[in-house]
Structure formats: structure tokens, C-alpha cells
Design a protein around this ligand. Structure first.
Ligand code: NAD
Length: 328
């Protein structure tokens, strides 16, 4: 939806200028785009650790958009008023955070301190991008926000899971101790255009493999499940939360649960590939099940995903095909 006047935006909260940390990443770039479409000026802060300026290159001509190379774990100085800080900077795929363990912990800790200090200084609302990974390998299914999780604090995924758990604790403490207006969103697996083909997440990996005619590498027997949300739905939910009085944590994700094997089969069908499935070893601490309980998001934000898996997959495959065909 496009509104020329940001003050008329749904939800009542007026947002004229927003800072998006990690704005050149997968989710961040879609958020920058959606905010600009709603008439909100955007300052995108990113050090391009796992993101790419190409993700926002099409926004650079927009008068309301500014891209700044900035490591959020260093100092963050933004002049002028800011109404909203979306703190999305962090490596997010298992391959990325395994390669960048200290950077991941640091951006979750110091980066979140700096983002919160910016929000405090500006009197802005801050929305923290947390993750379903705070639930670890869950013993409650589906996962409601009240579930505390089952996380190995020194396992291979700990640098990400615990960074986000710390970031949540810090965000909640900033709200209670300093009165900063904060919200926490626990994002479940999201997919769509601008995922990096080599980032190790299931969907981009399967699509890359299928388009290249290579075997699709399914971990273990493939019976573990994932719930996949199309990026457009997620962005709509995050912007609804940005404007709502809700502090969260709020789960956002598509409750449709698919086995990893079914995801691979659907990718093969959607790409028309002749690839086969090859089973490989399961990563340590790989969650067995994942499915959000989205009752709270529906009750407080009126949010429900709208894009079906088939439609979202078709759109994502189309983007990967185009990208593959584009000259380097
Ligand atoms: P991404 O890697 O595409 O984007 C992260 C961005 O943060 C990148 O552009 C990266 O360069 C930037 N960044 C990292 N460290 C930084 C630093 N110190 N200073 C400035 N920028 C920095 O990942 P994504 O999938 O877009 O994830 C974005 C956020 O959403 C992350 O916080 C992630 O934990 C969260 N999240 C994503 C998903 C998902 O399914 N995509 C699920 C749960 C949570």
C-alpha cells in the first residue's frame, strides 16, 4: 500500500523518518523499500558484512533514502529527528554466523546497545529483529511467545541464539529501566527475492541447486519441519508492529509446516528441474520442528500471512532465474 502522507498511515503512530540497521540485507532491503513506499524517509545503516549495497541500489535515486556504510557496533551518529529504529543488523544464516561467531555476538550485544541508545536519544520506537532460534530445539510445539526455549548455550548455533536472547533481554530492560519505546519481533524462517544463493539456508540452496541441475542436499531424512513465510507478509507484519502499542515479543511467521524433504520436492517441481534429492548429514543442534503460534500477532496486529507457499515459491524462483540470467 502506498500513502503519500505518513501521518495517515494505518495504526495511528506517525513515522516520518526511520533508521534501518542491516538495511542492505535480505529483510532490511525489503523494509527500506516498504517504508519509502509509505512515504517514510529512510536512513539505511550497514557494514555489508553479509548484505550487499546492490540490494538497495534501486533506492539510491529516491530523495527520501540515504545509504550509509556503518558498523553498528561502533558509534552511531544520525542527525535530525528519527521516529523509528528497526534493528535488523546481524548475520542470520547458519553458514554466516558459523563463519562470523564473534561479529554475531558483538552485533547482538554492542550493536543492540548502540541502536537502543540511538532510539533513546531520538525518542524513537525501536523494533528488535529477534528470531524463532530463541526457542532452540523446541519441546513445545507450536511455539507460543510464552515458551522460554531449549537452547544449548555453547553449541554451534549458540553465537546466534544467545546473541538474540541477550538482545531481547537488553531491549526489555531498556524499556523498563529507561522508558524507551521498544518492541521485539521473533521472526520465523522467511524467504523471497534477495536471499543469497550461497547463504546456506534451505530455500536459496535448494533453488540454486535445482537451477544448476545439481542434487538437492537434504539434511538427515528430511522429516524435520520448517514453517516458511514469504517476505512481503513478514514486512507487512513488522511495519504493523512498528505502528502498534504492542511491546512483544510477537511471533511473525507462517504456521504452515512443511518437512524439509517436501520443500525440496516443491522446489524441484517449481523449477522444472531434473535434479534429485541427496541426503547429507544433519547439522548439530538442527531443530526437529519449527512452527509459530501466531495467535498474538493476529490478536494485536490483525496480522496473518496471505501469500501461499506455492505463490511465494514461484515468485522467488522467478527472481533467482532472472538473477542467474543477468550479466555479472
Ligand atoms: P542478512 O544477512 O541478509 O542481513 C543482515 C544485514 O546486517 C546485512 O546487510 C549485514 O551486512 C548487516 N550487518 C551485520 N552486522 C552488522 C554491523 N555490525 N553493522 C551494520 N550492519 C551489519 O540477514 P536477514 O535474513 O535479512 O536478517 C535480518 C535480521 O532478521 C537479522 O537480525 C536476523 O537475525 C533476523 N531474522 C531473519 C530471519 C530470516 O528468515 N531471514 C529469521 C529470523 C530472524
Amino acid at each position: 500500500m502506498t500513502t503519500a502522507d505518513p501521518s495517515t498511515a494505518p495504526g495511528g503512530r506517525t513515522i516520518r523518518r526511520a533508521v534501518v540497521t542491516g538495511g542492505a540485507g535480505f529483510l532490511g532491503s525489503h523494509l527500506c523499500e516498504a517504508l519509502l513506499a509509505e512515504g517514510v524517509d529512510v536512513i539505511c545503516l550497514d557494514n555489508f558484512l553479509t548484505g550487499d549495497p546492490a540490494n538497495v541500489a534501486h533506492l539510491l535515486d529516491h530523495a527520501g533514502f540515504e545509504l550509509r556504510r556503518c558498523d553498528i557496533t561502533q558509534s552511531v551518529a544520525v542527525s535530525g529527528p528519527v521516529d523509528l529504529v528497526l534493528h535488523f543488523a546481524s548475520p542470520a544464516s547458519p553458514v554466516d554466523y558459523a563463519n562470523l561467531p564473534l561479529e554475531t555476538l558483538k552485533v547482538g550485544a554492542t550493536g543492540t546497545w548502540n541502536a537502543l541508545a540511538l532510539a533513546e536519544d531520538k525518542g524513537a520506537r525501536l523494533v528488535l529483529a529477534s528470531t524463532s532460534e530463541v526457542y532452540g530445539d523446541p519441546q513445545v510445539h507450536p511455539q507460543p511467545e510464552s515458551y522460554w526455549g531449549h537452547v544449548n548455550p555453547i553449541g554451534p548455533r549458540a553465537v546466534y541464539d544467545e546473541a538474540k536472547r541477550y538482545a531481547e533481554a537488553l531491549t526489555a530492560a531498556y524499556r523498563t529501566a529507561k522508558g524507551v519505546d521498544t518492541a521485539i519481533v521473533r521472526i520465523f524462517n522467511t524467504y523471497g527475492p534477495r536471499l543469497r544463493p550461497d547463504d546456506g539456508r534451505a530455500i536459496p540452496t535448494f533453488i540454486r541447486q535445482a537451477l544448476a541441475g545439481e542434487p538437492l542436499t537434504v539434511a538427515g531424512d528430511g522429516r524435520q519441519t520448517r514453517s516458511l513465510c514469504y517476505v512481503e507478509d513478514l514486512v507487512r507484519g513488522i511495519l504493523a508492529l512498528a505502528r502498534a502499542p504492542e511491546h512483544g515479543p510477537v511471533n511473525l511467521g507462517d504456521p504452515t509446516e512443511l518437512t524439509v524433504r517436501r520443500i525440496a520436492e516443491d522446489v524441484i517441481a517449481a523449477t522444472g528441474s531434473s535434479s534429485r534429492i541427496r541426503h547429507v548429514a544433519r547439522p548439530v543442534d538442527d531443530p526437529q520442528v519449527r512452527r509459530p503460534d501466531t495467535t498474538l500477532a493476529h490478536a494485536t496486529l490483525g496480522w496473518r500471512p496471505r501469500v501461499t507457499w506455492q505463490d511465494g515459491l514461484t515468485r522467488t524462483v522467478a527472481w533467482f532465474r532472472e538473477r542467474r540470467a543477468a550479466p555479472a
